[in-house]
Design a binder for this molecule. Structure first.
Ligand SMILES: [Zn+2]
Length: 306
């Protein structure tokens, strides 16, 4: 990864003369994943040119950056990122040193992952080992609010006309976003009261923050990185917990081919439903996807829906 970043920087230096520029007079905000696209759109609206480095259909955990991405980061007024989530982005921020790189997660308490029985293959690249930390902070709406506040204060403290224009818009739009996120949080809190069960089974360990916030127990089939297959021992553990908690639904994560979770559901006669980790742009955006998640969890856990 580090070598790739260095090589790309070299390439950019070579190409600088003919690199295409971003054709707009607006301040440029560069974001590396969908949750931050949502955040930037909500905070800056049309004031900014929002450049997303997310690739359609590509798991953000495995994002690789192109020469254009490095070019965009070099020209950006602001780069939003979440250290520890996307290695390629962390390395690019170090290498490019953008005008302003905002750590959106600076006020969020990062959780460790639960042990899911994953072990890296012998001789595996240490950089490919499953992470100890859970990056899926945006699935707790109160974290999304903290991410917005961290962004606004970092931009308010920055120098320059573009930063000033962004700060001005963000200051007026941040309370609207906070209100939407607080409403979503209240819906979850109210909607998950009085359920028959509080545990849920899901294909990829993405819902730890959501579970913690609303008093649920997440039973993940595979770990933080969905591309690492669960062990047979882990699958047996999940099956035991399904019986223990009387679980009737298994969730796969939207956009992830998940034959393991599907076969657990088949073997144990569970219904197979979908949860959205909101890692790729969902239909209707973040808020709509979160509301669908709430409905799905309510149905799976036998919550009174009214
Ligand atoms: Zn994930």
């Amino acid at each position: 990864m580090r070598k790739t970043a260095a090589a790309l920087i070299g390439l950019i230096l070579l190409l600088t003369g003919c690199a295409s520029s971003i054709p707009t007079g607006k301040p440029v905000v560069v974001v590396p994943n969908y949750p931050l696209v949502f955040l930037a759109q909500e905070l800056f609206g049309d004031t900014a040119e929002i450049v997303s480095m997310a690739k359609p259909g590509v798991d953000p955990h495995d994002l690789e950056l192109t020469a254009q991405d490095f070019d965009a980061m070099t020209k950006a007024d602001v780069v939003l990122y979440q250290p520890g989530f996307q290695t390629a982005v962390d390395e690019a921020v170090q290498a490019v040193k953008p005008k302003l790189a905002v750590d959106v997660a600076k006020d969020v308490t990062i959780m460790r992952t639960t042990a899911t029985g994953e072990t890296p293959a012998p001789g595996a690249d240490p950089e490919e080992e499953p992470s100890e930390y859970d990056p899926h902070i945006w699935l707790d709406p109160t974290n999304m609010e903290k991410m917005a506040s961290a962004t606004v204060s970092a931009i308010e403290a920055a120098q320059g006309d573009n930063a000033k224009a962004l700060a001005e818009t963000a200051k007026t739009k941040a309370p609207e976003l906070a209100k939407k996120l607080q409403d979503l949080d209240s819906q979850f809190t109210a909607g998950l009261q009085g359920c028959e069960r509080t545990a849920f089974v899901v294909g990829h360990e993405a819902f730890g923050y959501l579970a913690k916030r609303y008093g649920l127990t997440q039973i993940p089939v595979s770990g933080i990185d969905p591309s690492v297959e669960p062990t047979a021992a882990r699958i047996a553990e999940v099956q035991a917990e399904i019986t223990q908690y009387g679980i009737t639904t298994a969730f796969y994560v939207a956009g992830e081919a998940d034959t393991v979770t599907e076969s657990i559901a088949n073997d144990m006669h569970l219904s197979l439903e979908v949860l959205d980790a909101v890692e790729l742009e969902p239909e209707g955006g973040y808020l709509a996807a979160m509301e669908r998640n709430l409905t799905a969890l309510q149905q799976a856990d036998g919550c009174p829906i009214g």
